[in-house]
Design a protein around this ligand. Sequence first.
Ligand code: GZL
Length: 328
Amino acid sequence: MKKLISSILVLMLMLALVACGGNSAGSEGSEASAEPSVITVGVVQTNANESDWRTANTKSFNEAFTEAGYETKMVFGEGDHAKQISQAQQLIQEEVDYLVVLGLQSAGWEDVAKASMEAGIPFIMADRKLELPEDLYTAMVCSDFEAEGNKAVDWLKSQAIDDCKIVVLGGDTGSSAQLGRSKAIEDGAGANGWDIVFNQNMKGWDETLAKQAVADLIASGKEFNVVYAENDNMARGACDAMDAAGITYGKDGAVTVIAFDANKWALEKVLAGEFNLDVECNPLHGPRIVKLINSLEAGETVEKNAYVDEEMFDCDTITQEIVDARTY
Ligand code: GZL
C-alpha cells in the first residue's frame, strides 16, 4: 500500500517536471526513470523442520516469491511464541512492505497486528487463523481445521465401527490447527458415544513423540481401534509403533488410521491400505499470497477471509492416478 502511494507521488512529480520542463534549457531527455522498487515480504514461519507439510509450505513461499520478484525475509519461531512476536516486531521495524504470519499459537497477536497496521504494513494470516478482530488484519488465507476434523468424524461415523476406542495424537498445543481438529473429534466422540482412550498433543507435531506415545499405550495394555493423528508424520509414527507390537491397522487391520495433510507419500499409504483416511490440508500458500499482494498493490479490494478448498482421500476409493497427480 505504501508503495502505491509513493508511486502516485513519483508519477505526479514526473508529470510536473515534464509540464514545466518543455521550454526550459536542458530539459530534453532529463526525465528521471523511476525504477519500480522491489516488494519486501516478511514471513514469520513456525519451525523449519516441523513436518513434511511445513517443508512444502516454506518451499511454496520461497518459490512463488522468487518468481514474483519479491525480496523475502523469512524467520522461524522454532516452537517459541514469544520469539515469533519479537521477530514480527523486528520485521515491522525493518519496514517490510507486507507481513505474513503463520502463528505457532493462535492467541497473543493483537499488539503486533496493531503495530503492523499502524505502520502501514498489511498484516496477512496464512495457514493458521489467528485470534484477531477483523480491523487488525488485512486478509487471511487459511485452512478451516474444524471443518477438516468434521470431515474425518463424518467419515468415521460412516464406518459404523462397533465400540470406537480412539487414540488422539494432537499437534502443537494452542495452534489453530490442533484446536480445530481436536474440537472436531472431541465433539464427534460426544455426539456418537465414542470413547477417546488417549488424547495428547505432541510438541512440534513430532513423529518420534507420536511413535513413543503409542508404544507406551500399547505396553500399558490400553485397547484401541482408531488412531486419529492430526498430521501424516504422527500417523506414520503411530503405525511404526503398531508394527513393532504386531498390531494390524489400515484397510484390513484391527486399527483404523486417520491422518491429516495428505502429503504425497502419505497418499501412497492410503493407496496401500495402511492409512484408512487422509484429510487434505493444502500447504501451497505461496501463489495464493502472491495473488493477494498483487491485488493489494493494484489497489483492488481483496477477500478478507479466504479458506482453502480441501478434500479427503479414502483407501477404498483412491487411485494411483490421484496420487500421481498430487503436487506436494
Ligand atoms: C496445518 C499446519 C499444520 C499441519 C502440520 O495448516 O499448520 O502444521 O497439519 C504442520 O503438519 O506441521
